[in-house]
Design a protein around this ligand. Sequence first.
Ligand code: G1P
Length: 292
Amino acid sequence: MVRRAVLPLAGLGTRFLPATKTVPKEMLPIVDKPAVQYIVEECARAGIDDVVFVTSTGKASMEDHFDRRLDLEAALEAKGKEDDLALVRDLAGLVTIHSVRQHEPLGLGHAVLMGAGHVPADESFAVLLGDDIVDPQADFLERMIAVHERTGRPVVALLRVRPEQASLYGIATVTPGDTPGEHLISDLVEKPSPEDAASDLAVIGRYVLPGSIFETLRETQPGRGGEIQLTDALNAMAHEEPIVGLELDVPRYDAGDKLGFLEATVALAAAREDLGPDFVAWLRRWLEERDQ
Ligand code: G1P
């Protein structure tokens, strides 16, 4: 059973300056929820009830977001705004949140290692990267957990990317797995140049990992960019026995990128029962008028 997750949330968000000068990029709203809320709700849907935020200075508002806010609750209650009250109050009961600081930006592998104090070494856990928003209707993380429980191997989400995008991702060398959509990964390289990429299959920000990864991470030397890379620790594990890649077959948005953030906003707004019909109608009219 996987009931814990580590969420690396310490990044500076420089791709969204000036918005992220004082607001963590994970707190930027997609429609009306901060990006990090989608990630925590994804955890809760997958049965995860214990989440470690790995943060850095200036990002405490993420913890506050999942705390009670008694003055606001009292004001909403006094006005009889029951729906808003539930939206605010229920966030605190979603999962248990622990928070640890990554004092220096020493890499994704180092950030995950910061979670070790809250994850027993004999327990498997999930890692979700805040930049990757996976369709909220999908059960992809549940499926990754099921694959991990069946195989006992680390499981990573894979996405086919254009060749020139290889240098943005961890790229996998694979053979077909037993089940459609599953790949056996024998090697992983962090952000290779397109000429050196072994495939078009990129790791995106969902991982289900055995607790033993912490030991591997402790032994992992700085790699790409002088940082301790999660990809390198997984590569070491893949060299001993293949790890599993599950190909993403549901929409995913790179909310760490301006275009991806806009795509996420449009797609998630369009999917909303309350906003979708009016928003899509407006969007159609707007495009027609613009293209006349
Ligand atoms: C990280 C990982 C990379 C992975 C990517 C997915 O890179 O290091 O292996 O492919 O996330 O989004 P980052 O985007 O944090 O630079």
